[in-house]
Design a protein around this ligand. Structure first.
Ligand SMILES: Cc1cc2nc3c(=O)[nH]c(=O)nc-3n(C[C@H](O)[C@H](O)[C@H](O)COP(=O)(O)O)c2cc1C
Length: 210
C-alpha cells in the first residue's frame, strides 16, 4: 500500500483536469493505495512563497513554515510515496494556483549550496498533467522546464499532456461566435479521443504508482 497525493490545480469540478485526476484516484484506490485528493481552488486561502527563508533555517530545513491553506497539502506530500499534479494551461503556463503551490513545494528544498543544491532526502515519483485547448507539442519546452525542476527537487517526473480538450459543454450556446473553435471537431474529439486519453492517463498512473 502506497500513499499517493493528488493535487488538482484547476478550478472546474467535473471538467477535463478533474476528470483525469479522479480517474487516477479511483484506479490507485482500487489497487489498495491510500490516496489523498486536494483541490487547490477549494482550500482555505493561501499564497505563493513569501520569501521568509524559514525553510533555510537548519531546524526547518526542507519544510515550508507558512501556516495557511496549503500547509496540509505540503505536509501530506512530505509523507507520500508519490505525487500527481494536474493543471489546465492558462496563458501558455499552468494556473496561478499551481504556481503558488509549486513555489511553496520546491523552494524549501533549494539550499543555494553548489555541492548539494537540494536537501530533499525523500525522492518520490511525480506525474505532471497539463490539459489545454492547444494541440500536442505546443508548450513542450514549458513542460520540460517543469519536468526538470520537479525531477531535481521532488523526484523522477513524468509528463502527460491532454491536448485539444473540450472547454465548453456546448459551443453553440456562447453569447457570440467562438470562431477559434470548430464545435463539431471539439465534440468528436471529446467523444472519441478524450476517453482514450483518460485510459492512457489511468494506465500511466498505475504504471508509476501502482
Ligand atoms: C484563463 C484561461 C486561460 C487559458 N489559456 C490557454 C492557453 O494559453 N492555451 C491553451 O491551449 N488553452 C488555454 N486555456 C484553455 C484550457 O487550458 C483548457 O480548456 C483546459 O483543458 C481547461 O481545463 P478544465 O476543463 O479542467 O478546466 C485557457 C483557459 C482559461 C480559463
Amino acid at each position: 500500500m502506497k500513499k499517493i497525493v493528488i493535487v488538482n490545480a484547476g478550478p472546474r469540478k467535473g471538467f477535463n483536469t478533474d476528470t483525469l485526476l479522479r480517474d487516477a484516484e479511483e484506479a490507485l484506490k482500487e489497487e489498495g493505495n491510500e490516496v489523498r485528493y486536494f483541490d487547490l481552488y477549494r482550500l482555505e486561502a493561501y499564497t505563493g512563497c513569501v520569501s521568509c527563508f524559514g525553510c533555510k533555517k537548519e531546524k526547518f530545513k526542507g519544510t515550508c513554515i507558512k501556516k495557511d491553506g496549503l500547509a496540509p497539502v505540503l505536509e501530506a506530500i512530505q509523507e507520500a510515496d508519490g505525487l500527481i499534479v494536474g493543471s489546465p494551461n492558462y496563458f501558455s503556463d499552468l494556473t496561478a494556483a499551481f504556481r503558488a503551490f509549486y513555489e511553496r513545494l520546491l523552494f524549501p528544498y533549494l539550499t543555494y549550496n553548489a555541492e548539494h543544491p537540494s536537501c530533499n532526502e525523500r525522492s518520490i515519483p511525480v506525474l505532471l498533467l497539463m490539459t489545454s485547448n492547444a494541440p500536442k507539442g505546443m508548450y513542450a519546452s514549458r513542460l520540460e522546464e517543469y519536468r526538470n525542476a520537479f525531477s531535481r527537487f521532488v523526484g523522477p517526473t513524468t509528463l502527460y499532456h491532454c491536448d485539444d480538450t473540450m472547454q465548453l459543454r456546448d459551443y453553440s450556446k456562447t453569447d457570440w461566435p467562438w470562431t477559434y473553435f470548430d464545435p463539431e471537431h471539439k465534440k468528436l474529439r471529446h467523444e472519441e479521443v478524450f476517453p482514450k486519453q483518460r485510459e492512457e492517463f489511468k494506465a500511466l498512473s498505475k504504471k508509476i504508482f501502482g
